[in-house]
Ligand binder design. Sequence first.
Ligand code: MRU
Length: 354
Amino acid sequence: MIPPRLIFSSGSLKVLDQRLLPDRVKFITVRDAAGAAKATRDMALRGAPLIGCAAAFGFALELRRLKPGSAAELIKTASRTADLLKAARPTAVALFYAADRMLNLAVNFAARHHGRFSPATLKKLLALAEKEARLITAEDEAACDAMGRYGAALLPRNCVIMTHCNAGALATMGIGTAVGVITAAHKRGKIKHAYSCETRPYLQGARLTIWELMREGVPSELLTDNMAAHIIKTCGVNAIVVGADRIAANGDTANKIGTYGLAVIARHHKVPFYVAAPTPTIDLKAGDGDAIVIEERSCEEVTFVKGNRIAPKNVRVRHPAFDVTPAGLITALITEKGVISPVTRANIRKNLEK
Ligand code: MRU
């Protein structure tokens, strides 16, 4: 079993500190939106759907700090809170989706309650906000299950599969997206072997994904990223599945740095390349991949491994944390509403309308 990622009880949110995994299971207590934003920025919690769920709970906690007041004050606090949460990380659209959903709830509530709020009205708002945050979480959990079913049905028997980064239970409130597909297929006896790429520089594959696969009893091995092409060529890999942080309207997909390279290798070797992501990952406002903001993270995450410097002092470093895989390299998108293939603007729209 994978430990709970978020534990919400009125007044606080406990966040599993993923920086300490796999060695230690420890929780951080968050009491407001600033705490949720900090835990997200610092990577204590990570993974697109999970940072959205944490933002929703952080928003609900922030509203608890409100004193009875006016609708205008509520809108001001809610807008400031949404902005604070959205500033935590720029690429995963699930964060924006969840913050905006909570903001809409507050704005609609303010529109229905003019004048000054009584303590009873405020209590009603808090109950609604907590309910919405729990709903966002429940929807994520259900989406993971559905993607697991659709994805497992796509894979061949005796599947030798590869994944990158961590799109597992640790990145969601359910069984995961890409890793959820692998574990669901494993439960149906379809997985012969799974490979997890270590995912330099933050090592989500080495610290998190392989740990999840081992805990789920999936026959699996860890690779460094530069082994992927050789293993695909020589070890019978017949599917690759990854998650996504943001999918543009045309299907171009932003995911952890290294995903694009894997997709190019997959095309060369005629291996199907699947992206599993819930529909809130699809950003119709982004026409194509060029419109997706790619997060640049610190140099230290590249030059240090577990506190040890591995490159010369003062070296100049690049650290884009994500890349964009063009839709044309993706065999199918797997959402909770079904399988999108070929990946085209029209097919994405059709899936969203289901
Ligand atoms: O920087 P991270 O660890 O938050 O990046 C995570 C990924 O890139 C995942 O593949 C993506 O968020 C999908 S998670 C279901």
